[in-house]
Design a protein around this ligand. Structure first.
Ligand SMILES: [Zn+2]
Ligand SMILES: [Zn+2]
Length: 149
């Protein structure tokens, strides 16, 4: 997304498109790897030496409030952010820690026991091993076994 379009998107939500805000949003659109506050800060502080981590944190909180970004549910302590806000699930690899996006049709999900609840957010988090880690695990096993001969 172009910077001008991002600025318009912020204005639509009554958010003043200051330079740090534009850059945080731009970063999230370019980096679909669900970055943490720290990762965003470390990258952007290089071009904005006066940027503080608090600014990044507050900017993300503001975007989340406006529904522009989602905080990803994860078992880690550190929050991760996503500018891809359409419903999708996340798969967290327990070995490399990468969060993968996957498509899931939430309208087909059948919930029970939520009558009279107001649903505001749905988080789908799967965990396990990604194909790359699975393969390297198998290879390691073969090498280990070979070592016994
Ligand atoms: Zn992995
Ligand atoms: Zn995602």
């Amino acid at each position: 997304m172009k910077r001008k379009a991002i600025g318009e998107q912020l204005l639509q939500k009554d958010i003043r498109p200051s330079f740090p805000r534009l850059r945080v949003m731009e970063y999230l659109f370019k980096n679909r790897n669900h970055p943490t506050v720290d990762e965003i800060y470390r990258e952007l502080v290089q071009e904005m030496p006066t940027l503080s981590k608090t600014t990044v944190y507050n900017t993300l909180a503001l975007f989340e409030e406006a529904g522009l970004v989602r905080r990803v549910a994860s078992s880690e302590n550190e929050a991760r952010y996503d500018a891809f806000i359409e419903d999708h699930g996340h798969f967290r690899c327990e070995s490399c820690g990468v969060l993968y996006d996957f498509t899931i049709r939430l309208e087909k999900a059948e919930e029970e026991g939520l009558d009279n609840f107001e649903i505001r957010k749905r988080d789908i988090l799967y965990q396990g091993l990604c194909p790359r880690c699975r393969n390297s695990g198998i290879k390691k096993l073969i090498i280990d076994k070979g070592g016994y001969r």
